[in-house]
Write a protein that binds this ligand. Structure first.
Ligand code: MLY
Length: 265
């Protein structure tokens, strides 16, 4: 009985291969996360990417930060790696001749932005420049192949990192499918996306890897020892597929992790 999801047994039981780490735009050794909750930094507004805003670190998870834009609501938090090019120390924008912008959905009157900015930065704990790590270079070319396993962010629940499989490859684009779920969470992204990681990433960063949904497609090697799963019809797009779980994923309910105050689909 395994308490936690175990990649080694999972790869063995599904007869699959992990995508090599050089396929990813991630550092081989994950960057250390020195940030503390409450620290402020500059971040690109995810909903208005030409704007650089002030953000506060709301949470720490592995090599990622949970961020909230100052002056925004608590419904639009986003997660960034400490080596993301979307974040930088306070002062960077001004140094480059830019102006800090109010976030999309700024809760006050636009005319109060300059005063809000002064107040939010006054006495704030600013994240030191040394905490920001350089973004790793793009690997070239796209080495990901259909069937390879990886860890991927669930874009609908971006605090979750889940076991996934490359479902298709078209040039520089890869189709990310989530193991044991019925396709509702799948997406296309570029091979050099910062949202996909090699197998073992969460283990190294201390981020929580979600277990797969209940029905993982079993390939020939393991199919002999399992009753082969019949094709499941799309009953509900948002619940895990149901057939016998395999031992590597036993012991934990899938996809239910919900940090307090966080909405998910
Ligand atoms: N709100 C959904 C979360 C599903 C997550 C699916 N990911 C892990 C692919 C639920 O609670 O079922």
């Amino acid at each position: 009985f395994l308490e936690h999801f175990n990649w080694d047994s999972y790869l063995r039981e599904t007869g699959s291969l992990a995508a090599p780490s050089q396929c990813f735009r991630q550092s081989k050794i994950p960057p250390t996360n020195d940030f503390k909750v409450g620290m402020k930094l500059e971040a690109r507004d995810p909903r208005n990417v030409t704007s650089v805003c002030i953000a506060t670190v709301i949470g720490i998870t592995g090599a990622r930060l949970r961020l909230r834009l100052d002056g925004s609501d608590n419904k639009n938090d986003f997660w960034r790696l400490v080596d993301s090019s979307d974040i930088q120390p306070i002062g960077t924008c001004e140094k480059k001749g830019g102006m800090l912008q109010p976030p999309l959905g700024f809760q006050m009157n636009a005319s109060s932005w300059p005063m809000f900015l002064l107040r939010t930065l006054n006495g704030a704990e600013m994240a030191p420049a040394a905490f920001f790590k350089k973004e790793p270079p793009k690997p070239a070319p796209n080495l990901l192949k259909t069937g390879m396993k990886l860890e991927a962010i669930d874009k609908k629940n971006p605090y979750l990192i889940c076991p996934a499989t490359v479902g298709d490859v078209k040039g520089d684009d890869v189709f990310i499918t989530f193991d044991g779920w019925r396709g509702a969470f799948d997406y296309w992204c570029r091979y050099d996306s910062r949202d996909i990681f090699p197998v073992g990433w969460c283990g190294l960063t201390g981020d929580a890897l979600q277990p797969p949904g209940n029905n993982v497609s079993i390939t020939k090697s393991s199919a002999k020892t399992q009753s082969s799963p019949s094709k499941v019809t799309r009953r509900s797009m948002q619940s895990p597929q149901k057939t016998a779980p395999i031992s590597a994923q036993r012991g934990k309910k899938p996809g239910r992790a919900k940090p307090p105050g966080q909405t998910s689909v």
